[in-house]
Design a protein around this ligand. Structure first.
Ligand SMILES: [Zn+2]
Length: 416
């Protein structure tokens, strides 16, 4: 049932609507903002004054119209807030620090000793990555709005609990976001790595030219996320796009999810590592550099895996397209570029399309614009949760002690 809202809530919602409109369409005049949002000129004027007071937007150049007084353009103030995105990839923890406009201010990449880390060690590594990023950006902690984390496995209730298949333990509930938040004294939001990657592609990659796409991610597992009509689609429980568990071979290899024949069992970094590691090594000991070297040397074991994996990937792409008619399927993640390229070549030609489109602007399959998309997408989480207009995603965490700027922004945006 639809819920009513009180006046204070409505004010906060309108502030978010204006901020989102400035983010998407700025620099923009107040008159254009009023037209775009359906709010009155007076409301736009009041709200933009409040947002400017909180340091979230700033006034820019005068724009001379066809008639009447010249109007001031307002835009997002990139210095108004900062966020960090971390991504736990295959043997690497990567991180980015971005400003309110989403521009990268600092980056960090930490090689990890093992594929599967004890969770406490992972939290230590994440804390160290945050400290390094703050130092590199020469930014005080009080300027941070929060930390977003891209994590493999099933991440539900992104804000609080991680239900993970890491450490080989199924059904383990580890509140990673809560633990890291307590350590850092900052809000922490966790999201599945592939869905964070889809958010990254939406903001920084193919999302600039496509409104409907699927992002397929090679990380610790194989996952996916989808952008529908320009928005990241989460599904009923936040798990939409879990492509690694699409069954491509009924009765096939057993999977950690309890089913058999899931895509991830054939098309994943683990499956590639298993194919090349031989009987005397564990697949987890295969590093990405080794896969790149084997690719350069045209190693028959790796080429054999690509030949075996391609038909399953072809089926998965077909099923994605049938269900969802994306403009393109973007392939990203930690698999070396040369191996991804070879896998894509082997997967083509794709099965005949049931949505043939002579006007197609993008190839049916494409490579992600950057390997760090999950970290970029994760960095967008603390910002987008605070500014996006949907009130069901209102940020529930407490403001950080002493973080005056953040508290002010939270007050203005109605998230406390
Ligand atoms: Zn499965």
């Amino acid at each position: 049932m639809l819920q009513g809202t009180n006046i204070e809530h409505a004010k906060a919602l309108n502030r978010r609507v204006i901020l989102e409109a400035v983010r998407r369409s700025g620099p923009i005049t107040r008159a254009d903002l009023a037209r775009l949002t359906g709010l009155t000129a007076q409301a736009v004027s009041n709200i933009s004054a409040e947002l400017a007071e909180a340091g979230l937007i700033r006034e820019g150049a005068l724009r001379r119209g066809q008639r009447g007084q010249p109007a001031t353009e307002i835009s997002l103030d990139p210095q108004g807030g900062f966020a960090i995105g971390l991504n736990l990839g295959h043997q690497t923890l990567s991180g980015v620090l971005v400003d309110l406009a989403g521009d990268v201010v600092a980056t960090e990449s930490r090689p990890l000793a093992q594929v599967v880390l004890p969770l406490e060690t992972l939290v230590d590594e994440m804390e160290a990555a945050v400290e390094t990023l703050l130092q590199r950006a020469a930014l005080p902690r009080a300027k941070l709005w929060g930390v977003g984390c891209g994590l493999p496995g099933l991440v539900r209730n992104g804000v609080l609990t991680v239900e993970t298949m890491m450490a080989g333990v199924q059904d383990l509930q580890y509140p990673l976001a809560e633990v890291l938040s307590a350590r850092l004294g900052l809000p922490v939001i966790a999201e599945n790595d592939a869905r964070a990657g889809a958010i990254g592609e939406r903001l920084h990659g193919v999302g600039r030219v496509a409104r409907h796409f699927f992002y397929l991610h090679f990380g610790l597992g194989t996952g996916g996320g989808m952008v529908v009509a320009g928005e990241h689609y989460r599904g009923g429980s936040g798990g939409a796009g879990e492509i690694g568990h699409m069954i491509v071979k009924p009765g096939g290899r057993p999977c950690s999810c309890g089913n058999r024949g899931c895509l991830e069992q054939y098309v994943s970094i683990y499956a590639a590592a298993e194919a090349v590691s031989g009987p005397d090594r564990v697949p987890d000991s295969v590093r990405m550099e080794e896969l790149a070297e084997r690719m350069a040397a045209r190693d028959p074991l790796l080429l054999g895996w690509i030949a075996d994996a391609a038909p399953y990937l072809r089926l998965a792409i077909h099923n994605i397209e049938v269900m969802f008619d994306p403009e393109t399927v973007v392939i990203g993640g930690d698999l070396p570029d040369t191996v991804r390229d070879a896998l894509i070549s082997e997967t083509e030609p794709l099965l005949p399309s049931v949505h043939p489109d002579a006007q197609r602007q993008l190839p049916r399959l494409s490579l992600a614009r950057a390997q760090d998309m999950p970290a970029l997408g994760a960095a967008a989480l603390p910002i987008s949760i605070m500014v996006q207009p949907s009130l069901d995603l209102l940020w529930k965490s407490r403001p950080t002690e002493g973080n005056a700027k953040l508290s002010q922004a939270q007050t203005v945006l109605g998230s406390r």
